[in-house]
Ligand binder design. Structure first.
Ligand SMILES: *Cc1c(COP(=O)(O)O)cnc(C)c1O
Length: 228
């Protein structure tokens, strides 16, 4: 199947209010163009330099082809604080805030640049120790101090389930993050933007829908295998 067909097929299964982020990392900008032709407007990248380069290339498309600001970029990877300027001016959502240090740096950048940065807090839900993300108590600690982060908008949680063939394990991971989001929404009703639940990738997005995913991040099932 072609990129266009794959996107159309996924869209048909997604509820209309679930945002599809096409994860174009490691794929050329021509692949983004094909996805764009299929109506896809939201793209995710996980490396700052590649993110920056693709944002510039897509922005250089002729304006009659791509009206200004129509493409939405999400950053979904590990972000070092010395790379913020490659990402924050262009990202509509930083999905992968995974440390206090990064959050503080984003706040400082937002203040210095007169911007409010939309973020998701990444919750560590998978079994792998190598995966990044906060523990539940760390997220709580941050949100209790949310009003200190005047230049950060807390939009919800992101998580990656355990990489496994066991559907039961994946369901347990998604249930945990979905329950935690509900708990946080009860605890912090003043955080009215805290709505998003970004769960589900190529292998598990259908399962993620059962747990109330509002954003799915799909790479391989749209663009094919990545060439590292
Ligand atoms: C690469 C990546 C994805 C997409 O993974 P696929 O399995 O190719 O769909 C989703 N989320 C994050 C955080 C990623 O790094």
């Amino acid at each position: 199947m072609m990129i266009e067909e794959r996107i159309i097929a996924i869209r048909q299964e997604l509820p209309p209010d679930v945002k599809l982020v096409a994860v174009s990392k490691f794929h050329p900008v021509e692949a983004i163009r094909e996805a764009y032709a299929a109506g896809q407007r939201v793209f995710g990248e996980n490396r700052p330099q590649e993110f920056f380069r693709k944002v510039q290339e897509v922005a250089a498309w002729k304006v009659h082809e791509v009206p200004r600001n129509e493409v939405e970029w999400h950053f979904i990877g590990h972000l070092q604080t010395n790379k913020l300027k490659l990402v924050l001016p262009y990202a509509q959502l930083v999905q992968s805030v995974d440390s206090q240090h990064l959050l503080d740096a984003i706040q400082d950048w937002g203040k210095a640049n007169g911007r409010v940065v939309n973020v998701l807090l990444e919750l560590h839900i998978g079994a792998e120790q190598t995966k990044t993300g906060f523990k539940e108590e760390e997220v709580l600690d941050i949100l209790f101090r949310a009003d200190k982060y005047k230049n950060v908008r807390f939009c919800g949680l992101m998580g990656m389930a355990t990489h496994t063939d066991s559907e039961a394990d994946i369901r347990a991971d998604f249930a945990r993050i979905a329950d935690f989001r509900a708990y946080l929404q009860d605890l912090f009703p003043e955080l009215t933007d805290f709505r998003e639940l970004s769960i589900g990738m190529s292998g598990d997005w259908r399962i993620a829908l059962d747990y109330g995913a509002t954003i799915v991040r799909i790479g391989t099932a749209i663009f094919g295998e990545r060439q590292y």
